[in-house]
Design a protein around this ligand. Structure first.
Ligand code: 5GP
Length: 195
């Protein structure tokens, strides 16, 4: 998606350890008009799919997923929580994720009542790097016996293995920008072609 690639080039910064910082429009300050265009693009790419719900992870996935849901007939958005709290009542699906950016393990939790067997879901997340976050969500979806119709990713880091592995597992992943390489010294980013 050219709009997103241009925005990454303009406002993204490359940090040590292959981290792309996009807090000016995606991870801290949110560009809602851009989210809306991203939602429209996923709606085009997944037009043939039956989507009953969108599933994402807090925190950065929530904004993108909620705007995107408006392009899928206002389907509910369920976000996995990363901490237990007294507000999380009832039975839960729990999985564990290793965080690339925080370099530690954390739980992901979804209340069982928000995912019902037989539902068709679209997974949405901001980044795909090694695929750990998505594997946690996929694990929860498998336990909940919902069908994953597709996976929408804003920015895939194509030089990390997550996308390749998940596609080989048969998941239909549509990334709106795929970073081929980034050079922290030059501040330059190259993208792979997307659909
Ligand atoms: P994975 O689990 O696929 O290795 O990484 C995906 C998760 O790590 C995303 O949900 C995102 O929060 C975070 N992440 C991975 N790489 C980056 C990056 O380069 N920049 C930012 N901002 N987040 C990243």
């Amino acid at each position: 998606m050219k709009l997103l690639e241009d925005r990454i080039r303009r406002d993204g910064t490359i940090k040590a350890g292959n981290v792309l910082k996009v807090d000016a429009f995606l991870n801290h300050q949110c560009d809602v008009a851009l989210f809306n265009q991203m939602g429209a693009e996923w709606a085009r790419l997944f037009a043939e799919r039956q989507i009953d719900k969108i599933v994402t992870i807090e925190a950065s996935g929530i904004g993108i997923a909620c705007i995107t849901a408006q392009h899928f007939g206002n389907v509910p958005v369920v976000f996995a929580k990363k901490t237990q709290s007294i507000n999380l009542d009832g039975d839960q699906y729990v999985s564990s994720i290793y965080s690339f950016t925080k370099q530690r393990e954390y739980p992901v939790i979804v209340a069982k009542r928000f995912l019902s067997p037989g539902e068709h879901v679209l997974l949405i997340d901001d980044f795909l790097a090694n695929g750990n976050a998505l594997h946690g969500l996929i694990d929860i979806c498998q336990h909940a016996q919902v069908t994953i119709e597709g996976i929408g990713i804003a920015i895939e880091k194509g030089f990390q293995e997550g996308g390749q592995k998940l596609r080989a597992e048969g998941y239909d992943i549509k990334s709106l920008a795929i970073v081929k390489s980034m050079d922290p010294e030059q501040g330059s980013i190259e993208f792979e072609p997307c659909e």
